[in-house]
Ligand binder design. Sequence first.
Ligand code: NAP
Length: 759
Amino acid sequence: MNSPLFHRVCIIGLGLIGGSLAAALREQKLATEIVAGGRSARTLERGQALGLIDAGYQDLAAAVDGADLVFVATPVSAMAATFASIAPALKRGAIVTDGGSVKGAVIRAARQHLGARVSRFVPGHPIAGKEKSGVEAADASLYRQHRVILTPTDETDPAATLAVRRMWTAVGAEVLSMRADQHDQVLAETSHLPHLLAFSLVDTLARQGDSTDIFRYAAGGFRDFTRIASSDPVMWHDIFMENRDAVLSAADLFAEGLARFREAVASGNSDALLGVMTRANSARARFLAMNARTSYTHAIDAADEQSMNAESRREGASVSFTVQPGGQLSGQVRVPGDKSISHRSIMLGALAEGITEVEGFLEGEDALATLQAFRDMGVVIEGPHAGRVRVHGVGLHGLQAPARSLYMGNSGTSMRLLMGLLAGQAFDTELTGDASLSKRPMERVARPLRDMGASISTTDAGGKGTPPVLVRGGKPLKGIHYDLPVASAQVKSAILLAGLYADGDTSVTEPAPTRDHTERMLTGFGYPVQRDGATARLSGGGRLTACQLEVPADISSSAFFLVGASIAEGGELLLPHVGINPTRTGVIDILRLMGADITLENERDAGGEPVADIRVKSAPLKGITIPEALVPLAIDEFPALFVAAACAEGDTVLHGAEELRVKESDRIQVMADGLAALGVPHEVYDDGIRIQGAGQGKPAFTGGEIESHGDHRIAMSFAMAALRATGPIHIRDCANVATSFPGFAELAARAGLQLAVED
Ligand code: NAP
């Protein structure tokens, strides 16, 4: 039960907005007494008859007498006169607030007519409404789960703002604050302009010769687009008049866009046309995802982002897997496309000449961040639709300056590779990321690029050189030779991509093999790359030619199934079109050393990348000491390999894998905790682990509870453990699985894992 926030509330203008607040305050028992002031006796009587108010007054001074809160909900044009009438009658300390759709004009009126009382005036705007108006339309639920924007000024008493904020929150609204001029500009673009267009379109067509015909044949699109032309003309008249400047600049901006669209149609420029529509599609998808509070790659303001991150963390923590013990895996499983290759397919496709058709693109957040960045630089990209993307390449020198910073979300690959590529452009770019990416070091990429002549500044953040990263364009680059101090495919790729724009040769030597997808894909796009042992070399000034690419299935995602099919007796799986790049196949080599039955069938080349269909049959595994040379080639697959080790005969020992401690979680410790929870004997080292396996034919795990710490690979690995467990395994915090491996739960269940997702 609420205790009243106010003794007496007075509503002036008891229509849809005022009446709905009265109804909500009454329903929630937030005021002891509610009265209204208004020009027509009829409205006030109806308000009383409907039970919205206790009393009504045509004399506004009498209405506000003794009120602690006055809500003004007349049309905006009537507010100045309203303030003038009530000012002398307001009780000391009374709060005045309003619901007008325009804020600058209302604040000017309040300053002029409320005098000293203006410090207790809290300008507000509920973003809720209907096409109906008047007191009859009042609805107690109108504000529930809607936003209310407050625009307090410097002179507004914070205590008054707080009281108004509490009131709106108590009737179910979400309250935001912003400056009045910002409010008027944003609303001009997002609300006033669409209303202007709807009114104007209907009127324009209605004035045509035979408008009856036009409307008779009007399709659903016309009805959808013009719904808001049924809104109240008087209210909208006021809004256009009172927010004149912001409406005019929004209309001008739109006129420019319309002229560009018209020109594209007139000249038959299909790239420009597709560009507008694909960008609009993706912008709308981002907008819907943002409103639905789902995670998606979006450039949003920091405050919104923080609240969304908190939101998705909460959602993440609430998704869990429960896997029943036993079963086996069989059939055919097509795992999603490789993330590294998906990123590069967009980058090289954009820089190529012609249209690159991509299939099997991984529609995860990271690769989508890359895709959005290239759209922001003027590249037309169709899709993704079910993994298909068409990239309309603009050539090495065709990228355009983005209108604002490029937002990379959580994707380190996108940011680091783009630093190299952007160093060679004629324009400046700023790269930003989410809270976690903003803590990651970028200097090890920036340093060699500066040696090439690039101008790059990172944010110091304790000497780590973190994002935002500013890349200044127009700097001539020269080729260099670089010896990588630490093996890193991202640093190597960034240098090679900058090398495309450099004068002369660029070469990189790596201390240990790293993923070579960039070199291979450049070759696939017809750009010569020489490889000589640990060194990759290219010359600047060439060109890339568009091609067709089928992104191989991700071997890292396949690893869970390779392990699952191996450990459960009687299983057999076929994993088609998996990338078997030798820099990634450590997991196959290690499993084979343990005795796994894995065969590669139909080996072939896909856009420079070797692929194969992988057949895996259940086999007795034995413990091994993992050769350290294989560790970098299987670094992401160790969580799955630990599960295999727990099922093998004898001990498996891993050393030289300290990098596992700085992945999405401390994978050595988090896996060890999970193994302990499922009764698997093990010993943890700084750089690895020893796991004592159960051996063939025996259960390897008890049932139990696993904390995945939001690490997708931990979650998927322990899901496979259930195949050899004696009881159900419950895995918490599994939402991130969907971003790296969309559809994992469904695919695993179809193959035979008894997995249920709880949300
Ligand atoms: P409404 O249903 O038409 O109600 C308007 C109220 O103001 C009625 O009580 C009306 O009295 C009174 N009024 C009209 N002209 C007046 C005048 N010249 N002097 C004194 N009182 C007058 O309109 P509404 O939709 O509630 O809109 C009210 C305010 O909320 C406007 O400022 C609007 O910008 C804002 N707003 C509207 C929406 C929306 O979607 N509708 C959304 C957010 C904010 P009578 O009953 O005597 O006609």
